[in-house]
Design a protein around this ligand. Structure first.
Ligand code: UDP
Ligand code: MG
Length: 324
């Protein structure tokens, strides 16, 4: 099989309400784009009718491919799987809910042809998101940028085009906790942005409740920075200095002022302050140790349950018998 020019990767988790419209828009887009394109749906363990709809699409046209996980492994795992299996000269990762408009991909392809290896979509505006989501996202990207030593573009999600050499480089990064947009920035090569207005989700609900977003933000920070650990050291040093000063003050109170019974409030305040700071610091240590533990186990990032129109390995061109 010749290598397609472009692979589109679409992670899908319970998107039955979006898939028919997505298919229609992709058909229209593919006819505009021309050339050899493969569309790779990565089903992240959906438990609605998404797979039935996708199977129908794949059965009608071989350029639509499906990789389906045995259960939900998460958005970043789905993107990783898509990148492992995509064969295109350039690969585009986009959300299935039509928040990443296919027409922007045309601009991305133009920049790729002009010599860029990574073209990421930068959100000029965002529609239909809650105030909390906007605020936490804006805040997160800015804090993240301050904390990490590499340049990660602001207000950018995973919607991006990557050249084949970037995808091949990404496959060599064997991290368990993945923050793909950071990993792409880390790889380097020529990167640029296209600005776009991000529409609201076409239908259905967001699959990222606050709990998942916080987990994702912590993954992003811990996989790119040890600054929180250093913060613990600096805070420890500051508190040590303060406790020496407090010690002098206590001695002064006892031997010069002869007042020792007073100070109950101070004791309570200091004990609770120090206890909470210590617990917080142990928590930070725990975040890193937990990640070391996960990494050492070295489990695969995803388990494939089903494949359609898709070869067993990314570079194995023969279609497998068990894939229909
Ligand atoms: N998604 C996924 N696995 C998950 C959560 C989400 O594959 O565990 C997919 C989802 O189907 C969508 C994309 O990731 O195509 C982005 O999710 P969503 O639109 O819910 O996130 P939001 O745009 O609200 O941040
Ligand atoms: Mg969305």
């Amino acid at each position: 099989m010749p290598r397609p020019t472009l692979s589109l990767i679409l992670p899908i988790f319970n998107e039955e309400r979006v898939i028919p419209e997505l298919h229609a828009r992709l058909q229209e887009f593919l006819s505009k784009l021309g050339g050899q394109v493969e569309v790779l749906f990565v089903d992240d363990g959906s438990h609605d009718d998404s797979m039935a709809l996708l199977r129908g699409i794949a059965a009608s046209e071989p350029r639509y491919r499906i990789l389906s996980f045995s259960r939900n492994f998460g958005h970043q795992a789905a993107i990783t799987a898509g990148l492992d299996y995509a064969r295109g000269e350039a690969v585009v990762v986009m959300d299935a809910d039509l928040q990443d408009p296919p027409d922007v991909v045309l601009e991305m392809v133009a920049k790729w042809r002009a010599g860029y290896d990574v073209v990421y979509g930068k959100r000029r505006s965002r529609e239909g998101e809650t105030f909390l989501k906007l605020l936490t996202a804006k805040g997160f990207y800015r804090i993240f940028a301050l904390m990490i030593p590499i340049d990660v573009p602001l207000d950018t999600g995973d919607f991006r085009l990557m050249s084949r050499r970037v995808v091949v480089a990404l496959r060599t990064l064997a991290e368990t906790h993945r923050f793909v947009r950071g990993m792409v920035a880390w790889i380097g090569f020529k990167q640029t942005a296209v600005l776009y207005d991000r529409p609201g989700r076409f239908a259905g609900e967001t699959k990222f409740p606050l709990r998942k977003m916080i987990g994702f933000a912590i993954d992003g920070i811990t996989s790119f920075s040890v600054l929180p650990l250093r913060f613990a050291t600096y805070l420890g040093m500051t508190i040590s200095v303060l406790s020496v000063l407090t010690g002098f003050w206590a001695l002064y109170a006892k031997y010069v002022q002869h007042v020792t019974v007073q100070g109950w409030t101070t004791v309570i305040l200091l004990v609770s302050l120090l206890a909470s700071v210590q617990l917080l610091m142990i928590g930070i240590l725990g975040e890193y140790i937990g990640r070391i533990y996960e990494q050492v186990k070295g489990r695969p990032l995803y388990i494939v349950g089903e494949r359609h129109n898709l070869a067993r390995r990314p570079d194995d061109d023969s279609l497998d018998e068990d894939a229909s």
